[in-house]
Design a protein around this ligand. Structure first.
Ligand SMILES: Cc1cc2nc3c(=O)[nH]c(=O)nc-3n(C[C@H](O)[C@H](O)[C@H](O)COP(=O)(O)OP(=O)(O)OC[C@H]3O[C@@H](n4cnc5c(N)ncnc54)[C@H](O)[C@@H]3O)c2cc1C
Length: 400
């Protein structure tokens, strides 16, 4: 594959660099550098900055506010964002529900929801998993029973990422049990989180963060107008979305940035000692990871090229998910090795200190290494676990 950049592509890269130099908010840059978790306002601010330039909905069709960029432009953009350590975009609105709405939704739904997603005025979350229905998602049991022009929704969604901030949730719900295949009884429903009967309970993850939730639905009344596409076709729509999600999870550009940070860090001498990079075994691990990452980069470019000619990301999104998250977790482990005891979580209350950040474990870029290490164990689970991705490859690629 020829990836020499044309004059136009180089000019585009310079334009992105200049934009980031001028517009990437200093307060966000600082927090990212110090390993301080971003608040909702930070994420919304950054997304609005991108949108003002027309660079937020990178993959949308131009008619709805997308960029019309080539795969190479998208790739260069992602690399430049990673170079400044910009925060990832919150995917649920712009990358997940929006493609479903503009592909399968009604004209009214497109008009109603897409502009607010583009402007980051409305925060979305994803309601697929349920207690007892994760890998075997088709077993989901949250019911939506039709009563005239409304559905009455009852059940529980779980692991709902950033649901505590959400204005809306897109859900897979069971509208019928009287079907030949379980998948045929599933529909795709948009639910306003302010509707009476919706409640959100936090789940605290191993590193002490509040990122995921349980969302309960107790006789929640949802207008039939909020059904996307046809009743009973939600599984087909949801599957398209999952393939987009998996491609997004690979995080190649971000891993490239982190690998360069790892090299920098491990080349530093601590307390006058020998830099870690001089340890041949450590250097070998870095080299092996770099080779993996390069291979992944080319796989991602191939997928982008295929999507550019109109194909939906197919089962290759499963390779990207598996390898991408394996690389991320190997990087997390090497980062921990490089940071050594500096990565120990810092809990102010242990020292009798009562900082406003006391409910958050750790602060500072080194301690954030361990927070990230523990938090990112999730990467091989969410978006469909890596074991399930291997099953998909076995069935759809190897034909087993
Ligand atoms: C941090 C985090 C954020 C998440 N965010 C969201 C979200 O926003 N919205 C949402 O809907 N969901 C979300 N999820 C849920 C996620 O998609 C599920 O956790 C995932 O699909 C696995 O389902 P489960 O947790 O029920 O595990 P299970 O399905 O019970 O699996 C348990 C283990 O068994 C293995 N396993 C299961 N079946 C098979 C099989 N057939 N072959 C081989 N191995 C198998 C799995 O790989 C796993 O290791 C999130 C999860 C996490 C951890």
């Amino acid at each position: 594959m020829n990836i020499d950049l044309t004059t136009e592509e180089l000019a585009f890269r310079d334009e992105v660099r200049q934009f980031l130099a001028e517009k990437y908010p200093e307060e966000i840059r600082r927090k990212r550098l110090d390993g301080i978790p971003l608040e909702k306002d930070d994420m919304v601010l950054w997304q609005k900055v991108l949108n003002e330039r027309g660079w937020f909905a990178v993959n949308w069709p131009v008619e709805y506010g997308g960029t019309g960029w080539t795969p190479i432009q998208k790739y260069l953009f992602a690399i430049e964002l990673a170079e400044v350590n910009a925060p990832p975009i919150v995917a649920f609105g712009v990358k997940m529900v929006a493609p479903i709405i503009y592909t399968f939704g009604s004209a009214e739904q497109k008009q109603r929801f897409l502009p607010d997603i583009l402007a980051s005025n409305v925060w979305w979350c994803q309601g697929y998993s349920e207690p007892g229905s994760g890998s075997d998602l088709a077993s989901l049991s949250m019911r939506a029973d039709r009563r005239g022009d409304h559905y009455v929704v009852n059940g529980t969604k779980t692991w709902t990422t950033l649901g505590q901030y959400a204005d809306w949730i897109f859900c897979l719900v069971r509208t019928s049990s009287d079907v030949a295949r379980r998948q045929e009884g599933i529909s795709f429903l948009l639910i306003d989180m302010k509707t009476p009967g919706v409640s959100v309970k936090p789940i605290i993850t191993i590193e002490g963060g509040h990122e995921v939730n349980e969302v309960h639905f107790d006789d929640v009344s949802v207008p039939v107008d909020n059904l996307v596409g046809e009743e009973g076709k939600g599984w087909t729509y949801g599957k398209v979305l999952l393939q987009h999600e998996r491609t997004n999870i690979a995080g190649v550009a971000n891993s490239q940035y982190r690998l360069s940070r790892l090299k920098e860090k491990s080349a530093q001498s601590v307390h006058g000692g020998e830099p870690l990079i001089n340890d041949r075994n450590f250097a070998r691990k870095i080299a092996a990871l770099e080779i993996e990452l390069k291979a992944l980069e080319y796989t991602e470019l191939r997928t982008l090229a295929s999507v550019a000619v109109g194909n939906a990301p197919g089962p290759e999104s499963s390779y990207l998910k598996i390898r991408g998250t394996e690389v991320q977790q190997s990087l997390d482990a090497l980062m921990m090795e490089a940071a050594g005891y500096f990565a120990l979580p810092y809990i102010p209350s242990q020292y009798g200190l009562d900082f406003p950040v006391a409910d958050r474990i750790g602060s500072g870029s080194e301690t954030s290494t361990s927070l990230r290490y523990f938090n990112n164990r999730k990467a091989s689970i969410y978006g469909g676990s890596n074991e399930i991705q291997k099953n998909i490859i076995a069935k759809h690629v190897l034909g087993l």
